[in-house]
Design a protein around this ligand. Structure first.
Ligand code: DGP
Length: 140
């Protein structure tokens, strides 16, 4: 497996070099909206420590990311009126991974509504800003 690349997009977001719509942060994890959401409220949860994916992430960091993903899943049900939540996590190109900093997708779902294809359409910044504000408030 290739080494962790500190110049991946999510590492730059963590360092504040690129903007994001943040919804949650603690000492070990960070969560922000996906800019190409597969459904409204699609959130990415990442460890602050460098990890390419599940194959090199220390177990404790992975467990913490899972805890945060659960917190966000629960909050998103209320905020987005979801009937369910899809949680996904991809590893290496062959596993569907595109950005090589470990991340868990938390996607609120409505009954009978299909998810958009991966990375198909950028959401408007003003829409993401409003959604992030509501989700962050529910998580505070
Ligand atoms: P994957 O590596 O296949 O698990 O998915 C990467 C996800 O990251 C995909 O849903 C689109 C999202 N994404 C790509 N670039 C950016 C970005 O610059 N900002 C944000 N917030 N999301 C991004």
């Amino acid at each position: 497996m290739p080494a962790y690349d500190p110049n991946n997009i999510f590492a730059k977001i963590l360092r504040g070099e690129l903007p994001c719509f943040k919804v949650y942060e603690d000492d070990k994890a960070f969560a922000f909206l996906d800019i190409m959401p597969r459904a409204p409220g699609h959130t990415l949860v990442i460890p602050k420590a460098p990890a390419r994916n599940i194959l090199d992430c220390p177990a404790d960091d992975l467990a913490h990311v899972a805890k945060v993903a659960q917190k966000i899943a629960k909050a998103s049900v209320g905020v987005f009126g979801a009937d369910g939540v899809t949680v996904q996590q991809f590893n290496e190109g062959a596993g569907g991974q595109v950005v090589f900093h470990l991340h868990v997708h938390v996607i609120p779902r409505k009954a009978g509504v299909m998810m958009k294809p991966p990375a198909s359409e950028k959401e408007k910044p003003e829409v993401l800003a409003e959604q992030a504000k509501k989700l962050a408030a529910a998580l505070a």
